[in-house]
Write a protein that binds this ligand. Structure first.
Ligand code: S3P
Length: 177
């Protein structure tokens, strides 16, 4: 795998409910970039929802689809890429994204994440008797991977627009090509 970085895209990583998709869309609009979401790419290529893929084929099959999508993203330019929350747990995914994208992690506390996702039901990993405990343990396990991002932004005390502007600022500072 090449270690050369030519940054012409922006990738948002982070836990479920940290705003990757909504912030990503705002950033793309602001920069006049295309926007893609790895979950949406998987859903359109398979014709199945993420929940169905987890239920019918299991999480390992989903992770393989995710890795394939990441490989395909290498040809993109001027694109904001929003990623599924578990994607950076595979170090190869993060390494591939870093070849062409500035990787920014959106961060929030377990309590804030729970508040944001509690009324959403499309995420199979949060179908748990105690979703807050699940968020806490998954987030703790994933924190070392999220910290591999180029930039970490705490979303808790900022409006969506402020987070968007912060992402845009970091991208400008990174000297993209
Ligand atoms: C997952 C997060 C989801 C989706 C899938 C698994 C995870 O994406 O990829 O349900 O492992 O954290 P979002 O982070 O966009 O909710």
């Amino acid at each position: 795998m090449s270690t050369t970085r030519r940054i012409h895209n922006l990738a948002l990583i982070g836990f479920m409910g940290t705003g990757k998709t909504s912030i990503g869309r705002l950033v793309a609009e602001h920069l006049h970039f295309a926007f893609v979401d790895t979950d949406e790419l998987i859903e359109s290529s398979t014709g199945k929802t993420i929940a169905d893929i987890f239920a019918q084929q299991g999480e390992p099959a989903f992770r393989e689809l995710e890795a394939r999508v990441v490989t395909e993203l290498a040809t993109r330019t001027r694109t904001v890429i929003s990623t599924g929350g578990g994607l950076p747990v595979n170090p190869a995914n993060l390494a591939r994204l870093k070849e062409h994208a500035l990787v920014i992690c959106l961060w929030a506390s377990p309590e804030k994440i729970f508040e944001r996702v509690r009324n959403q039901h499309h995420r199979p990993l949060l179908h748990d008797a105690d979703p807050l405990a699940k968020i806490r343990s998954l987030l703790a396990a994933r924190e070392p991977f999220y910290r591999q991002a180029d930039v970490l932004i705490n979303t808790e005390l900022r409006s969506a627009r402020e987070v968007m502007l912060q992402v845009v600022h970091q991208f400008g500072t990174a000297g993209h090509s």
